[in-house]
Design a protein around this ligand. Structure first.
Ligand code: VGL
Ligand code: ZN
Length: 210
């Protein structure tokens, strides 16, 4: 491992939602989302353990604006578990949009965590759904495997990466985010807010790695 601060035994690289729909041309395209893929592939080659997340919604998912009368994408609405942003239909199970970016090297991934598959609950975090209480099982997996530090990058910085990183800290894992290998949606200042919330939670933002 050529980065002095990465430890192959206790560190896990967690790659968030590097899927076609979050890349240019996709249904919920993150500006320049595809630019991170070469850096992510280089990073993955340096870690002994890699896990991927995959946003994986059934058609008609409640987080889709199209599932609500008179609502447009990017509006916020009250859900039983709190305010939920409505999105364009994206990452529908089994579609090309839900597939990983074709240039992402997934060969060394040891686990793929799918999230957002419950029709009524969205899931930004790799650890908990947006009700903040339904677990994905990832924390148990990490503990059982003996990982103590999670290094994250992917899409989007201000939603799934930030929620995952903050939950990782909350669950007691050392947590590092590599902003150079992330890209943001940035809705109404959400990127600045997410970076501040990650710092406040004790997430290390390492801008040197890209
Ligand atoms: C994401 C919005 C909706 C993400 C997923 O991966 O950041 N954002 N679904
Ligand atoms: Zn989604």
């Amino acid at each position: 491992m050529d980065h002095p601060s990465f430890d192959p035994e206790r560190d896990l690289l967690l790659l968030i939602d590097i899927q076609n729909d979050f890349c240019p041309g996709g249904a919920l395209a993150v500006s320049a989302g595809d630019e991170i893929v070469p850096a992510v592939n280089r990073l993955a080659a340096r870690f002994a353990h890699v896990v991927l997340t995959q946003d994986w919604h059934p058609a008609g998912h409640r987080s889709f604006a199209s599932a609500h009368a008179d609502r447009a994408p990017y509006e916020s609405v009250a859900f039983p578990y709190g305010l939920q942003t409505l999105w364009p239909d994206h990452c529908v199970q089994g579609t090309q949009g839900a597939a990983f970016h074709p240039a992402l090297d997934t060969t060394r991934a040891e686990l793929v965590i799918r999230k957002g598959f419950r029709p009524q609950i969205d899931s930004y975090s790799a650890f908990f759904e947006n009700d903040r209480s339904t677990p994905t099982g990832l924390a148990g997996y990490l503990r059982e495997r003996g990982f103590t530090r999670v290094v994250l990058c992917g899409l989007a910085t201000d939603f799934c990466v930030a929620y995952s990183a903050i939950d990782a800290r909350r669950l007691g894992f050392e947590t590092v985010v590599l902003p150079g290998a992330c890209r943001a949606i940035d809705l109404g200042g959400s990127l600045a807010a997410a970076l501040a919330a990650m710092r406040d939670a004790g997430v290390v933002l390492d801008d040197a790695v890209r």
